[in-house]
Write a protein that binds this ligand. Sequence first.
Ligand code: TYD
Length: 208
Amino acid sequence: MSLFITFEGGEGSGKSTALKKINELLIEKGYQTVLTREPGGTPISEEIRNVILDKKNTDMDRLTEALLYAASRRQHLVQKVWPALKEGKIVLCDRYLDSSLAYQGGARGIGIDKVLDINMFATEGTFPDMTLLFDIKPEIGLARIAANAGREVNRLDLEKMSFHEGVRKTFLELAERYPERYVVIDASKSPEEVLHDAMDAILAKLGK
Ligand code: TYD
């Protein structure tokens, strides 16, 4: 059974760490998985990612940014996600369409529905089967990043606190809008508890 699972959340929510562990646990259980990320995941998409996240590009127009994310997303679907789903694999993706809705649609103020429109075009309506939202207050998430010297700070980490609050609020609105695919995880808990909660939700979806 193929399954498309996306991992969403604000900065420093710990979703990427949980994602790697979940991938290992699913492989141990005999599932075939593909671990990937957005923006990026294929050479062309990674090139687009570098343009978007480059600290030099502070004057990037918000619609340009939304279109670049959608372009990167499409290339990643075509080259990686759709083929893996066709082969019956579990695709675990670090960020997807909901990040565009929360960051560009909500926090940047373009509007959720406008950003959804260009993404419907880019993805041909491919929604995840399941979206895990790693929910955390921005001040806690950003403090974690500051404490983690190994993680490079990118252009979006440097945004104002109100921006990150807008991201969180929009993600929580999306969880209400799409209750059939959203699971909200309390990411302020310990890494072990967060992993446990996320894994439980995935195993329930797999019927285990
Ligand atoms: P990344 O270093 O991958 O951050 P994280 O570890 O938090 O996932 O940077 C990705 C950044 O891009 C992150 O700040 C969220 C942002 N983003 C958007 O604004 N829109 C999108 O559609 C996507 C996929 C990401």
